[in-house]
Design a protein around this ligand. Structure first.
Ligand code: GTP
Ligand code: MG
Length: 246
């Protein structure tokens, strides 16, 4: 099994695509017949703020960041229907998966997509002005229907953020896994515990198959050492679809 042949990428069908009933269209554009890529993983996710902030961590501090978080959480497209706030998270696998998906999606800005690449998925998106409290335009929001990982390292980070090893058929796991033989890991109010405390949630128990990088991160964090993977990035995945966040 060569890495190139089995490259993986994360795709998110965003709330605006769901709201506009474009899911079927997008999935057929991404089909194996059109892309040569196969499904490796799929789930419906009610996106928590922690997951949204981890996914778009690189944009923290930018003027469009707050609206980007609200957008991916579905707050903008379903303000009164929390039960409809969700995205479809998919992992596709095959030769040049990252590049092929980005090409089908097209440019980030839907106006640019329409001008430079008519027919791409994001050409069907929209751009919405962002205003401050006084009504002055401070920027814009790009509702572009779909996310696809931009480069291989980003794909690895994102796939491990949205999916557990057990979400994939065993031969379609692309990154090293380990069976946890050590501690229980519990999470409460942004803190990690190795013993149960009241109202804590168990993230990982002995015997669970987990990403090796998550286990390495938890073991460092538990000792108070710095880690490349944040506690929130691990917790967001294990708490996925856990509570109905409003
Ligand atoms: P994603 O697939 O969603 O990650 O988009 P991308 O990889 O094409 O772009 P990027 O990761 O740079 O940005 C993530 C999201 O932030 C985009 O989908 C846009 O919604 C938004 N965004 C990015 N850059 C800008 C910008 O310059 N202005 C505005 N208003 N929004 C932006
Ligand atoms: Mg991106």
């Amino acid at each position: 099994m060569t890495k190139e042949k089995n490259e993986q990428t994360l795709v998110l069908i965003k709330p605006d695509a769901l709201k506009n009933s474009l899911t079927g269209y997008v999935l057929s554009q991404l089909s194996e017949f059109h892309t040569g890529l196969r499904f490796a993983g799929a789930k419906i996710v009610h996106v928590s703020r922690m997951l949204a902030e981890e996914h778009y961590a690189e944009h923290r501090g930018k003027v469009f960041y707050p609206s980007l978080i609200e957008y991916i959480m579905g707050l903008l497209h379903y303000p009164d229907d929390p039960e409809r706030r969700r995205v479809i998270a998919l992992v596709y696998q095959g030769p040049d998966a990252v590049k092929k998906m980005r090409e089908i999606c097209g440019p980030t800005n839907p106006h640019v997509a329409r001008e430079t690449k008519p027919g791409c998925i994001r050409a069907l998106g929209t751009v919405v002005p962002l205003k401050d409290a006084a009504g002055n335009k401070i920027g814009e929001r790009m509702d572009n229907l779909i996310h696809a990982s931009a480069v291989n390292d980003e794909a690895e980070r994102e796939i491990k953020l949205w999916f557990r090893p057990g979400d994939f058929p065993p031969f379609m796991r692309s990154y090293p896994t380990e069976i946890n033989t050590e501690d229980h890991y519990y999470f409460k109010n942004g803190k990690l515990h190795t013993k149960h405390v009241t109202d804590s949630i168990c993230l990982i128990a002995p015997g669970d198959v987990v990403w090796k990088s998550d286990l390495d991160a938890l073991s460092l964090l538990q000792k108070g050492a710095p880690s490349a993977t944040s506690l929130e990035a691990v917790a967001a995945k294990y708490l996925m679809n856990y509570t109905a966040e409003k």
